[in-house]
Design a protein around this ligand. Sequence first.
Ligand SMILES: [Fe+2]
Length: 501
Amino acid sequence: MNLRRPLMAACGCLLLVPALCGLSGCDRDLDELNKPPRIHPGGFIVRPYLQLGDDPAGTRSGTIRVVWQTEDVDVDWSVESNDGSARAWRPAAAPRWRRVAVDGVLPHRVHHADITGLRPDGAFAYRLRRSGEVVFTAEAAGPKSSLLHRVAIFGDCGAGTAAERAIAFQAYRERPDLLLIVGDIVYNRGRITEYRRKFWPVFDADAASMAAGAPLLRSTITVTAPGNHDTAGRDLNEFPDGLAYYLYWDQPLNGPTGPDGGPIVAHLAGTEARRKAFRDAAGPAYPRMASYSFDYGNAHWTILDSDAYVDWSNPEFRAWVERDLAAAKNATWRFVAFHHPPFNSSRAHFGDQRTRLLVDVFEAGRVDVVWSGHVHNYQRTHPLTFAVDRTPDGKPARVADKVPGRWTLDNEYDGRTHTRPRGIIYVTTGGGGASLYDLEQDADPGSLQPYTEKFISRVNSLSIAEVDGPTLTVRQIAADGRELDRFVVTKESPRPLASGR
Ligand SMILES: [Fe+2]
């Protein structure tokens, strides 16, 4: 099997735009193929990390899924948890596993076990036994049912940079309940080999430090949205270990889907054997796990696939988002997250405006904040409403990926003294570790669009969203820990729940 030639050809093509793609290290990616993975003590290729699993109820059900990866060997695994309520370790559900056997990577297993019945609002410990012997123990934030919780959010991270490690460290310092990565999780093509080199070692570091990263994944439930780099390996002839997003993340499967190559799902390219190997390894996650929703505390999260192959004007896709938001009407907060920002002032990716096509749905669904990445800096808009320009027959007047229209800005909202926005706030938080975009615009406010209230492009950063009942406080934290921005959103206090007998 000669993998070298097509891989090099693909890299050479995309290297035409290195500034935007952050392409580098293609030859190193080649070298990683067919290499045995590093095995951590206890027999892990990837040590345990926490997921929602296919549970749209989020942590309200008191369940958290533990996922880990090992070599393809038969070993007796078990998981136990202890949340202090019974003063004893309780067995989790029996672990299950899927085999990942794709060309270019040694076969390995992705295991999972559900820890159920966790006590709300407390920490818990869990441990794994391998053939009866305890080989891994960690502590984690428990499920939140109360009104206070904290979410760390960034995109565009897994580039193998010092900035990525610093962002992981800063996120860990915040002790979030939830970590959300808004796409471009791993560069350059979301491959297994790239996860192993540029993602797991940073977010599953043994100890927390600016230089190394942090043991974030074992202690924090992580949810992800697919970005363009995460799905760029979908030609399995060129990248047999591509689309690792669907192999390694374990998230709700309640989103819209459709046929291969249709308006919602990209065409999966490759020989029949390679497509079968990938589908067997991904199981039900492919293709459905691209978009989904879940509840966390008093917030509802809608995660969408905004990659170019998805037609955001497709009626089924729109209808699913409408239904999802309508069903969440009693949540105090409705947040939507996807990779490509609708309202961006960077020169980079300015024309990527496809996601404006659903703004009317977001507004009707009373979304509070939309979170995106893709653009490698931090941007926050004024609260705004948007009416897309339409052709005489009523369709959006779209020109390629540009979606012109009229925005109305709430300029009174300042996030400090005026905290009740009229409109949706759009946050771009794409400074998770990849090379930054448009540094010169940081000192050039005249270059920004009128809807942009805050623009910080000279430093990598992440968002910390703290939900405390009817109050949302968002802080933007730089890679060195400085606070770059802060804004508050408040609502009327939630009405007490009706009670009776
Ligand atoms: Fe991107």
